[in-house]
Design a protein around this ligand. Structure first.
Ligand code: NAD
Length: 356
């Protein structure tokens, strides 16, 4: 049954777009607009099957709802996928057709960058719709804001675990020296932390270690490296059945999305007395930036707002302690309460008093 796939996670709307002339095949999933228009990137990927694409867009759009709500943003959760080999489907014609598809959703879904879609692609989409952020005339790469938000989250975790938010006594392992990991490592070093870096890209490791006084750990030994904070800033699924027993840290707090291979790994971390900062809470700086672009504001304001991530995380950590749950449970409860308390603000679906 078509509606079964979206009923349980509570999606409002799934739209399928096909434009044979340009080869566009896309799905837009709007999970929840109780707090505002749904905002989330467009992922361009050669999925194994249409079913895999649907599963991904449903999961990602639901996560955006919780990310926005847990970040106190007046935004809902949505996401889109364009199906196909990025090299083949990223034509101007197809992206323009995609822009028209987004436009017909009348602002219930605002699109942005994601894997294989960047500012250039958003510029093309913007020829056909106003409901897009993240183009070249936007606020720019959000990585600095994301890294600063993670830094603020690490301080909150340190305050809870060690009784001080000063990072100068911390040993932090940063996994992944990409756009976010590199900036996070720099900010930690600036504040006197000891940093160990790890990346599968040897060039990135060489470059960073030539510029800064850091230790290096091989990618396959990163989980068992003793440290205070393990900061995953590379890929998802790194806390899993295999790695969980290897971890020698007190805190897991980084920018990567979907850090936990499965939800139950939050409980497993708690059992090992490792504090886990939920990914969608601590890495929300990117959403804060694109949200600021859509709602109006500057990059500097987004950067300042990312500092609130630490306070919000503290609130969730304390709630988890009070209620005897994991921080992930507390974060979900916080987000869900915001959604439940809200009045639906953007049901741009046609009202039923029309005679047309
Ligand atoms: P990026 O692609 O710039 O960097 C990722 C880095 O991780 C690369 O240097 C890559 O070589 C390295 N890497 C890949 N696999 C690895 C492994 N197994 N071990 C060690 N290193 C590995 O990505 P980014 O923009 O820095 O984002 C990092 C993570 O944070 C991603 O999960 C992303 O989804 C998430 N995130 C990023 C932002 C943002 O603003 N850029 C916002 C929210 C979440």
């Amino acid at each position: 049954m078509v509606f079964d796939s979206i009923a349980e996670p509570g999606h409002e709307q799934i739209s399928y777009f096909s434009d044979p002339e340009t080869g566009l095949t896309a799905i837009v999933a709007i999970h929840d607009t109780s707090l505002g228009p749904s905002l989330g990137g467009t992922r361009i990927r050669d999925y194994e099957s249409e079913e895999a694409a649907l599963t991904d867009v449903l999961r990602l759009s639901e996560a955006m709802t919780y990310k926005a709500a847990a970040t106190d943003l007046p935004l809902g959760g949505g996401k889109a996928v364009i199906i196909g080999d990025p090299e083949e489907v990223k034509t101007e014609d197809a992206l323009e057709a995609y822009g028209r598809a987004v436009d017909c959703l009348a602002g219930r879904y605002i699109t942005s960058v994601d894997i294989n879609s960047g500012a250039e692609e958003m510029d093309i989409v913007a020829r056909e719709t106003d409901h897009v952020v993240g183009g070249t005339d936007g606020l720019g790469n959000p990585s600095e804001v994301t890294a600063h938000g993670v830094f603020s989250g690490i301080r909150a975790c340190a305050e809870h675990t060690y009784g001080t938010s000063t990072v100068s006594d911390l040993d932090v392992v940063v996994q992944g020296l990409g756009k976010v990991g590199r900036l996070l490592a720099e900010e930690l070093l600036e504040h006197g932390a000891s940093v160990t870096i790890s990346d599968v890209n040897q060039e990135a490791v060489d470059e960073f270690s030539a510029a800064y006084d850091v230790d290096i750990v091989a990618p396959d030994a990163v989980y068992e490296e003793p440290c205070d904070v393990f900061a995953p800033c590379a890929i998802g699924g790194v806390v899993n059945d295999e790695t969980i027993d290897q971890l020698q840290c007190d805190i897991v707090a980084g920018s990567a999305n979907n850090v936990l291979a499965e939800r139950r790994h939050a409980d497993a971390l708690a059992e090992r007395d490792i504090l886990y900062a939920p990914d969608y809470v601590i890495n929300a700086g990117g959403l804060v930036t694109v949200g600021k672009e859509y709602l109006g504001g500057t990059y500097e304001e987004a950067y300042e707002e990312s500092e609130k991530i630490g306070d919000r995380l503290t609130e969730m950590i304390e709630r988890a302690e009070d209620e005897g749950t994991t921080v992930l449970d507390a974060a979900e409860a916080y987000a869900q309460e915001r959604i439940d308390e809200s009045e639906t603000v953007t049901p741009a679906l046609p009202s039923n008093d029309s005679n047309n």
